[in-house]
Structure formats: structure tokens, C-alpha cells
Design a protein around this ligand. Structure first.
Ligand SMILES: Nc1ncnc2c1ncn2[C@@H]1O[C@H](COP(=O)(O)OP(=O)(O)OP(=O)(O)O)[C@@H](O)[C@H]1O
Ligand SMILES: [Mg+2]
Length: 158
């Protein structure tokens, strides 16, 4: 396990997989900003972690890193928010979805397998949308301020 402070080099080179302990909201956001540098058209990022883990915080960092100036909020009720970046960012909150089919009915395949960048909170709810090679960000709560963040490429495919 490495502290975020000590793992700057590996994060700048973005050697995945990486496990980082974040000690603050700001640190989690800045890890998101760094991860943004390896994203491109078609990238899929799946975030998993309990309520209040910091998924949206991390998503805000990614959005900032790809140049979005708007304020990012969890699309809990709307499910999908689209941001007009280049490539466009689709921020998806799967918490309220019943599963893969539910999201397919909303046009999920065209969105996630299109040419934008898709950021999916509660990605374990819609495993068919996390293919092999997708970037996974698993966040676990250690205590009030500390989070363990594991960033890796999905291996199995769904
Ligand atoms: N190291 C940390 N990283 C991120 N957030 C932290 C950290 N320490 C404390 N927090 C707090 O945890 C909360 C994270 O909220 P956030 O909305 O990002 O979580 P979430 O995983 O998206 O939750 P939800 O599933 O409810 O949408 C915030 O209140 C934030 O201040
Ligand atoms: Mg959230």
C-alpha cells in the first residue's frame, strides 16, 4: 500500500494497477484529475464503492482533468448526464437501475460503446457495460477521511 504522496511517480506514469490511500476529499479528486490523462474516446471507467465512498468526488476530478468547467453532480435520478467536452463525457449513476437490461432499454449500449468517455458509478449494477480493458476504480472506506483506492484494468470482461 502506498500513500498518495509517495506514489506521484507511478500515478504520473499511470502504471496500473495501483493501490493508493487517499487522506482527503482533495486527494481523491486529484487522483481523478491524473487518471483523466490516460482517457480517450471510448474509455469506460467503472467506479464501485459504498455510499459516501467518494465515487462522485473522483468523477469530479476526472471531469476537471478533461477540461469540464461545469459542476458535476451525481445523476442519481436522471441516471445519465452528458457533458459537452471533447470527447463528450457521460456520467452514469447506476444505483437505481435494476440491471443490464434496464440500462439497455435506456439506450445504454449506444452511449457506453459509442465514442465518448463513460464514467459509471455503481458499475457492479450493470456488469455487461464493463468490458475487458475498462478501467475499474474501487474505493473502500477505511475511516472518516481515509479511502483505499484500487485502480486497475478489468480483466475478466462481462
Ligand atoms: N479521502 C476522501 N475522499 C473522498 N471523499 C471523502 C474523503 N474523506 C471524506 N470524504 C467525504 O466522503 C463523501 C464522499 O461523497 P461522494 O458523493 O463523492 O460519494 P459517493 O461514493 O459518490 O456516494 P453516493 O454513492 O452516495 O453517490 C464526501 O462527503 C466527502 O467529504
Ligand atoms: Mg455519487
Amino acid at each position: 500500500m502506498i500513500q498518495a504522496e509517495n506514489c506521484r511517480i507511478s500515478l504520473e506514469q499511470l502504471d496500473l494497477p495501483v493501490e493508493i490511500i487517499s487522506s482527503s476529499y482533495e486527494e481523491t479528486r486529484s487522483i481523478g484529475i491524473k487518471l483523466a490523462s490516460i482517457l480517450k474516446k471510448g474509455s469506460i471507467i467503472g467506479l464501485r464503492g459504498p455510499l459516501g465512498a467518494g465515487k462522485t468526488c473522483f468523477a469530479k476530478g476526472i471531469a476537471e482533468g478533461i477540461g469540464i468547467k461545469e459542476i458535476i453532480r451525481s445523476p442519481t435520478y436522471t441516471i445519465i448526464s452528458e457533458y459537452d467536452s471533447q470527447p463528450p463525457l457521460y456520467h452514469i449513476d447506476a444505483y437505481r437501475l435494476k440491471g443490464d437490461d434496464d440500462f439497455r432499454e435506456m439506450g445504454g449500449e449506444e452511449i457506453v460503446f459509442g465514442s465518448g468517455i463513460s464514467l459509471i458509478e455503481w458499475c457492479d449494477r450493470i456488469p455487461a457495460f464493463i468490458p475487458e480493458g475498462a478501467i475499474r476504480v474501487d474505493i473502500d472506506i477505511i475511516d472518516n477521511e481515509k479511502r483505499q483506492i484500487h485502480i486497475y484494468r478489468e480483466k475478466t470482461g462481462n
